[in-house]
Design a protein around this ligand. Structure first.
Ligand code: ADP
Ligand code: ZN
Ligand code: MG
Length: 487
């Protein structure tokens, strides 16, 4: 049988919880946690007679996002009511934006997956719109066996929904796109980016079609994806499932499926026929949202340096490779920390080496973040300087001083002094040490001279060991070469 090659088409819908002080349409505090139902008022509880008022800070954040995704900021957009009945939605409808959204026609650039594009080239992923809306409350069904519980602290929290165009062609691209958006909203400071707590969440639409076919295949929307890893896994699973159906000659209906991270599968939730009719209509209690050019310029003038610009600057100012710059820019706190270290120690390349090496390894091992690690950037900078000035060698820095720093044993200098770690750079002392090692390894020296170059490394190892790891490796090499040449 001739097997057909299939192409995947993916479009993501991303919900971003905005870091405003108050909720979208009322003055209640917008913050995670807290005593259930303590952050509520007549507006977000939907008591009769209460009226919503648009949160200006949320609008400014939406504008900032719009500028970050190269979008058009609409002068006039409107709010609608999207009706559905759910216990955690007190009004019986969600206020969201209608046909015209505050931001339209944006894009972001991602590397492009060479596996599906044939070559590495940046591709632009279109963004149809980004609109303002409100979050729902939270239902819990597992607090006890008899009842379900509703917490309305989250009801009315401002969201921006970013609707991506179906321009992504592989799970890898979907994950890259999501990471880029995540980076953007955290750099803008409009979202805390916490995916586990749902501050940044994504639904993935996916269809497949035979390579070369113009028309899109039937799409499935996968809900409940809460990590970059899961977006890839869910899409890989769903693409395989759809291809298998087509290969068996079956068709399927458009539907919504849920991702189950525990089983690694998507499961049917509701079919298109069962899809709700939201009976959208314009929100009568809110005027149209109008944004002037001056307001847009004010937001633009206050934008922080965005990832793209910062990447270029890191490559220029600190001599980082593109890969290093992108990796250092994994999140804002990490990038800020790197930059503080680089500026303090004066060596950006070394700062990047440490951040991407020992520091990242430690963060992975401890499952923590740079902010929570609690290592002062000035200490890391001082450690780098101690290596640069050849006070200690790199091995001692990595294996002894860095772990001691993490345990809060003092400043790098204090640790070096307390444990006598400063390296021996007295030529005479090193030469004596080397002569001793050469004398007791006469056979290896002879073999080395006969051409067995591998023994050089062995001898250096013996010398470093004899010097208790504290001799300056550069001097060891220099003197060893001289001694070998003279004999
Ligand atoms: P709806 O109005 O049902 O939400 P939209 O046209 O707004 O549908 O699309 C929702 C999402 O689905 C968008 O992110 C879009 O990129 C994506 N999408 C649309 N068509 C397809 C398709 N054939 N395959 C994959 N994703 C698609
Ligand atoms: Zn409220
Ligand atoms: Mg839609």
């Amino acid at each position: 049988m001739n097997s057909v090659a299939y192409e995947a088409i993916i479009g993501l819908e991303v919900h971003v919880q905005l870091l405003t002080r108050s909720k979208m349409f009322c003055a209640c505090e917008n913050s995670y946690g807290g005593e259930p139902n303590s952050r509520t008022c007549p507006v977000c509880l939907a008591l009769p007679g209460s009226l919503p008022v648009v949160n200006d800070e949320a609008v400014k954040m939406a504008i900032a996002l719009g500028l970050g995704i190269h979008g058009e900021i609409r002068e006039r957009s409107t709010f609608y009511r999207k009706q559905y009945f759910y216990p955690d939605l007190p009004k019986g409808y969600q206020i969201t934006q209608g046909p015209v959204a505050v931001v339209e026609n944006g894009w972001i650039e991602i590397p492009g997956d060479p596996k599906v594009r044939g070559e590495i080239q940046p591709v632009r992923i279109g963004i149809e719109r980004a609109h303002l809306e409100e979050d729902s409350g939270k239902s819990s069904h597992d607090l006890n066996a008899k009842s379900s519980h509703v917490d309305l602290n989250r009801a009315g929290v401002p969201l921006v929904e970013i609707v991506g165009r179906p321009d992504l062609r592989s799970p890898q691209e979907a994950s890259d796109y999501l990471k880029d958006l995540h980076r953007l909203v955290t750099f803008l400071g409009i979202c805390d980016g916490n995916m586990e707590e749902g501050s940044f969440r994504c639904d993935a639409n996916v269809s497949v079609r035979p390579q070369g076919q113009m028309a899109f295949g039937t799409r499935v929307e996968v809900k409940n994806i809460n990590s970059f890893r899961n977006v890839k896994l869910a899409l890989e699973f769903e693409i395989r499932r759809q291809i298998e159906l087509y290969e068996r000659g079956e068709t399927f209906e458009q539907e919504t499926r849920g991702w189950d991270a525990a089983t690694g599968e998507t499961r049917a939730q509701r079919s298109k026929e069962a899809a709700m009719d939201y009976r959208y209509f314009p929100e009568p209690d809110l005027p149209a949202l109008t944004i002037t050019g001056d307001e847009v310029e004010l937001v633009r003038s206050k934008l922080p340096e965005l990832p793209e610009a910062r990447k270029a600057r890191f490559m220029g100012d600190y001599g980082l490779s593109e890969y290093e710059a992108i990796t250092v820019l994994q999140d804002r706190a990490f990038a800020d920390y790197f930059e503080a270290v680089a500026r303090t120690c004066g060596n950006g390349k070394q700062a990047a080496n440490w951040m991407l090496g020992e520091v990242s390894r430690t963060l992975n091992e401890q499952g923590t973040t740079i902010t929570k690690l609690g290592l002062l950037y000035a200490f890391l900078a001082e450690l780098i300087q101690l290596v640069e000035s050849r006070t200690i060698n790199l091995m001692t820095a990595k294996e002894v001083v860095f772990p001691a720093l993490l345990k809060g044993k003092g400043t790098p200098r204090q640790i070096v002094e307390k444990h006598g770690l400063a390296q021996v750079s007295d030529r005479g002392a090193i030469e004596a040490l080397i002569r001793e090692v050469l004398a007791s390894n006469a056979a290896q020296v002879a073999q080395l001279k006969a051409g067995n170059e591998k023994l050089k490394g062995y001898l250096v190892g013996q010398i470093m060991k004899a010097g208790k790891g504290k001799v300056d490796p550069q001097l060891v090499n220099e003197i060893l070469n001289a001694l070998l040449a003279e004999a």
